[in-house]
Design a protein around this ligand. Sequence first.
Ligand SMILES: CC(C)=CCC/C(C)=C/CC/C(C)=C/CC/C(C)=C/COP(=O)(O)OP(=O)(O)O
Ligand SMILES: O=P(O)(O)OC[C@@H](O)CO
Ligand SMILES: [Mg+2]
Length: 252
Amino acid sequence: MLEIGKVERYIHEKLEREKLHFVLLDPDDVTPEEAARIAEMSEEVGVDAIMIGGSTGAEGDVLDGVVRAIKESSSLPTILFPGSHGGISKYADSIFFMSLLNSTNPFFITGAQALGAFQVKRYGIEPIPMAYLIIEPGETVGWVGDAKPIPRHKPKIAAAYALAGQYLGMRLVYLEAGSGASQPVPPEMIALVKRVIDVPLIVGGGIRTAAQARAAVEAGADIIVTGTAIEKAGSLEKAREKLVELNRGIKG
Ligand SMILES: CC(C)=CCC/C(C)=C/CC/C(C)=C/CC/C(C)=C/COP(=O)(O)OP(=O)(O)O
Ligand SMILES: O=P(O)(O)OC[C@@H](O)CO
Ligand SMILES: [Mg+2]
């Protein structure tokens, strides 16, 4: 029988009480030691989960090393955020089993998923089906994922894809402006998508300040993902301050 796994249940239970903050760590950009410290601090300040992935190079031993370090230093759920079937580590709790619905390349819609499916089963990683949508500017992931990025001023297109994702059985929708985007997903787009779907809405890309995080939450985002603002804070002390600031913006 189909069962909802532990991490997905944790997400739903927490969402009944508050908005969630997930921190993304890219094994290409952080050492296992740095990842461990950031995960530890994240847990201390009230972050809800750690996502691990990257468009380029987050694979094999490098990926395993970072996931293991995070597991050893914190008890937060770990969620893989793969750029391809290479982005799977047996040490993670779960995986966003995502399809890039507005890609022009079938590899990112169903190909990588088919190539990764048996690994996920073999390792017993919890798959969480997710519709992944790239919004302008899209950055690295837009280019790597052969996306046709949704124009920022066309919220209806995003809403149509999001609803299609839900009707295809996906249990999360992720609006992605791209890591390091100069501007995050517009609040008007978040609001329309949220009005149309029933599954939780994740928003990420270019969220650097408490005010931006708050605006996304007020528009209707359920889960905010932050990566660059923390990775590029400059020092671990500054990363902690950023985590506190962003978390306050999200939790209110
Ligand atoms: C479910 C399985 C097995 C695979 C899914 C494969 C898909 C659909 C991938 C979507 C396209 C893609 C390249 C996603 C990567 C998402 C990601 C980890 C983004 C993180 O940001 P980076 O693009 O690494 O940012 P930087 O440029 O800052 O490093
Ligand atoms: O790195 P940032 O800009 O916070 O983006 C987070 C995430 O949405 C990227 O996939
Ligand atoms: Mg990266």
